[in-house]
Write a protein that binds this ligand. Sequence first.
Ligand code: FEO
Length: 400
Amino acid sequence: MVEIKKGIYWTGYIDWDLRNFHGYSTPSGSTYNAYLILDEKPTLIDTVKYYGFEQMLHRIKQIIDPAKIRYIVSNHTEMDHSGSIGELLKLCPKAEVICSPKGHEGLMRHFLSAPEKDKPSWNFKVVNNGETVSLGKRTLQFFLTPMVHWPDSMVSFCEEEKILFSNDAFGQHHASSQRFVDEAGLDIILKEAAKYYANIVMPYGPQVLKALEALGTLKLEMICPSHGLIWREKTDIQKIVSLYQKWANYESDVKAVIIYDTMWHSTEKMALKLYELLDVKGVDVKLVNLKDTHISDAMTEVMSSRVVCIGSPILNNRVLPAVGGFLTYLKGLKPKNRFGFAFGSYGWAKVGFKELEQALEEAGIKAIADAKYFQYVPAKSELDSLNETADKIKQLLDGK
Ligand code: FEO
């Protein structure tokens, strides 16, 4: 365990081996953070995935007898945070589970299904927005943050300590023996926080803005998320809050990304030519091959790019599976205020490209130029014609 402030401890689980979090690649693992507040009513904020229970319990036992815990705050029902509540309650039967009204419904559905459903063995304390619970010397205030990123989500604020327990918000999937952002290095953690936002929070910009507005009046000295490292330096807190403002407003950088897969190198030729043309014009551009890049990394590039170009060959009248998977993901995450360009190569029928164009439209990405599809192997003149597209992208990024 680590004492993060006098009488407040990190008692979470470090998931060094995690490489995939429901389809999101996590090359540097993750953590599930639980926080124990020692007060007249000892309180645990969130728990960990079921397989991290023993590690969490070991840390708690270093501080107190778990039987003394009086409150377990469940800020969010998703099982990476609630998965150990049931096991823990067996050791602290007097504890009440504090959750939002939607959290109550969610916990019942996840953990107290029939026949116990109608007679829950857990003691719940359901809280509403702004409600407070006294722990003794300290008070927790709860703010409901629906759809950041589940309907049940809430955050807990300790005014006396000026700590926000923010659950998934401001989190990062990053396993580390360090507990604070300033120990691990701001650049590394901001990169992980951006990937986290792009892949988990992006569809909920308006709800994030609402939550930021509600929390804007709080004086924060520490933000303790439920994944990754803790924000405690004033400038780091200001940085991540301002980035959340930017991301929630769907702002992007003056940048283009070209995302593609290829079968016989024809779509690759188009992607490389477009890259070359943009690069020569001075455009900040990235090339992402879906054969080698995980869709969650491609999404992080989409979040920072104003122009998103997507290319695919046609196989069996459809786009290639890697592109199809990415388009499904893109439609769900819905980046706004982006411009797009569809391209690719085909053999004898172009019908499969409809899927690509429709997906861009459904994702809310506006076409910046007419799509370009070339048969079999693109001719030099066809590749050169991509210069018109590159000019349009350059003009858009230059604000002309
Ligand atoms: Fe980290 Fe939505 O759970």
